[in-house]
Design a protein around this ligand. Sequence first.
Ligand code: PMP
Length: 281
Amino acid sequence: MESIGYYNGTFAPMEQLVIPALDRGLYFGDGVYEALRVERHRFFALQEHLARLRESLALLRIPFSMTNERLTAILQEAADRVDSDSQQIYVQVTRGTAIRTHAFPEGAEANLLIFSRGVALADLQEYRRVIVLPDTRWSHCNIKTLNLIPSVLAAQAAKERGCAEAVFHKGGIVSECSSSNLLLLKDGVLRTAPADERILPGVTRAQFLMLARELSVPVDETAFTLDEMESADELMITSTSAHGLPVGFVDDKPVCGRDEALLRRLQRAYRAHFWDCVAGG
Ligand code: PMP
């Protein structure tokens, strides 16, 4: 199959999947999600994604009794039903199905939605363009909730300007991008905003930091300013789908390209680690 959908025990082609209108994900965005890469039908960083899913569920106080073993088995079945060797799988858990009242509904069971489809790995070579926008999101960006309107609008603004991403800042301090983290290289140091409530703690971000430490590249988890961003040696957008994309233009101004050797070394280390993980299981 080209793609697959799953909702509370039923598999169906993604376009035919039916979800009740009273799923709280639909009218409140009352749920959380994860997106993972599946290469040759094996998951990358599955435990890290499951841990973050549990963390998001706990922070929103959504009870979800399914074990990780059971959830993994369903995810594997979904991935196995899709032919593509290169997939992106989406997992969503909402607070349940109930008549619309704001407070938590009593006795509602969480709803599990999954879909997977073939998505090719990103090309890491080309330097990308980004725009800069104020970060108008809420104060719990560490929770991977379904409420993504500021990110949707920012991604659209970026697209309309021919850019790959929108970089968010609050009062001149860079937080992250609309659907990725931002890493900076300066004088041989890899720097990125700390994993607090202002950013989503990206799995890819954590992997890059781990690999940098292994390569003896100093790591600094201190937020940087817009000025520091523009004078960076290199910038990298990191996410599950992007892996690590170099940035060459900020608001149409040429930036970076000053430490391509280190940038490419880190990218290579990430891809090697990625292939090791999906090969070794
Ligand atoms: N920040 C935001 C706002 C995101 O939505 C994402 C995921 N798309 C990321 C960062 C990157 O997270 P990950 O590396 O786990 O995909």
